[in-house]
Design a protein around this ligand. Sequence first.
Ligand code: C5P
Length: 284
Amino acid sequence: GVGPVRPDGYHELTTVYHALSLYDEVTARRGDQLTLTMEGEGAGALPLDDSNLALRAARALAEHAGVAAHARLHLRKQIPLAAGLAGGSADAAATLVACDALWGTGLSRDELAQLAATLGSDVPFLVLGGTALGTGRGESVSPVLARGNSWHWVLALADGGLSTPEVYARLDRLREDAAAASPLGVPDDLLAALRQRDPEVLAGCLGNDLEAAAVAIRPALRDTLAAGHAAGAFAGLVCGSGPTCAFLTRDAPHAAAVAEALAGSGTCRTALPVVGPVPGARIA
Ligand code: C5P
């Protein structure tokens, strides 16, 4: 749920974050300066300069802890770039956790979350993982009780990314008066559904205010959402600011069937079955 634009340019959010089993891996080794290399999904497209969120995370931790920011970071990416999946935020969260261990800086989870919030609105959640309610600009997170349930999703990955600021800006234009967007309440139905075990009940509670804006920029997403529905998914929605779409299914065989149908539909680059919730950034 996206609320009004705040004076600082961010939007007030009430969001349920859910960590899925699609991972990037960050390796941190000793070095005499700070370097970053990468391989995998999007290698070459991700800037390796100071705008890179993993490098900014390492620097922020070093400054906070008063140590030299010396590390050789290596990123193995599976999460596509600019996909609406918070992959860059996941890399930043993992870099904080990895460098904290490498440098022995021993930050508490709370301190890590505070530092994470300076890097991006959803970085604190990527440290925490699981399922959590996000408020504020998304940086304020509290875990959601989910009774050990596991949910089976299919992610339809698209070619090319969407810019998060552009999607928010489009939503503002779609709304008559963005500053007066209605305030957001806690999504009680969704939180209750997460405590039950019925995916069809959960399906009825899913939604994303950013979806209309993502679809306005990328109308082909309508075809992807329709293809997931036709493939028998219980619900489909755009993830974050898109263009990835997530589809809820009953169980692992159902997810495999929906993924196969979506992959063959010609409406996405590929489709991956994943489960959630999973833990946040952690040492493997
Ligand atoms: O916090 P983060 O750097 O990830 O946000 C990226 C962009 O997304 C912001 O610059 C802003 O344009 C938009 N955004 C927003 N409201 C939020 C979170 C992000 O408008 N709550």
